[in-house]
Design a protein around this ligand. Structure first.
Ligand code: SF4
Length: 211
């Protein structure tokens, strides 16, 4: 990325970090993927139960393969039956750390997630002791309204394409608010301030990552 643009985005990330901290979350700005990955690995340490919500950003940071060597990971796989998924998601609820990436982070420090099944939205609000949320600068939006548009018109469409879904948005390129049985936009979680008991660490990264 061009150097001046990178510096300008850094200012946006620093302002968003301050807003997140004001809302009770821990937040850090990282210049790139490697810095974020190192910080997250050091936070998790070893011998922990780590749940994962199936995030492109988490994969782009190379975290699953690095965490699994020293910890126990709970993450569903495509070949799992519904019952196996259910057991995995219940194990995630009792994890020491849970990793996911928000669909949007507002400039006033709120977090937005969208989910088809609800396992991720459930784990993000209560259960795991510590939620870890890496997010590229592309996830920063002005406010909740802009975030709700982003999660449907950008993130959900890219995820539909990733999962090879046959929903109308993959043809039209815009959310049609479909009634498809394969719809992946069923539950929205907005975390406005840090919920009691659970810890949240947000890593804002100066790179374009995930959806
Ligand atoms: S509601 Fe339906 S059309 Fe809209 S983004 Fe989600 S899956 Fe696609």
């Amino acid at each position: 990325m061009e150097e001046n643009k990178k510096k300008a985005i850094r200012l946006v990330l620093e302002n968003t970090k301050k807003a997140l901290i004001k809302n009770g979350f821990k937040a850090e700005v990282c210049e790139g993927k490697e810095e974020a990955a190192e910080k997250i690995l050091s936070l998790i340490g070893e011998g922990k139960k780590v749940g994962m919500g199936g995030s492109v950003t988490v994969s782009q940071l190379g975290l699953p393969e690095r965490i699994i060597s020293k910890n126990t990971i709970y993450a569903h796989k495509p070949q799992m039956s519904t019952e196996e998924r259910r057991k995995t998601w219940l194990a995630c609820m009792d994890s020491d750390f849970y990793l996911a990436s928000p669909q949007a982070v507002t400039s006033d420090g709120k977090l937005i997630f969208i989910d088809g099944t609800g396992n991720r939205c459930a784990a993000l609000t209560w259960g795991p002791k510590h939620i870890i949320l890496p997010a590229g600068y592309n996830k920063i939006v002005k406010d909740l309204q802009e975030g709700r548009i982003r999660m449907r018109q950008e993130a959900a469409i890219a995820n539909n394409i990733r999962f090879n879904k046959k929903n109308p948005c993959v043809i039209s390129g815009k959310c049609e608010d479909c009634a498809s049985p394969d719809r992946i936009c069923n539950i929205v979680t907005e975390i406005w301030k840090k919920p009691k008991i659970t810890e949240y660490s947000v890593f804002l990264i100066n790179e374009d990552l995930g959806y």
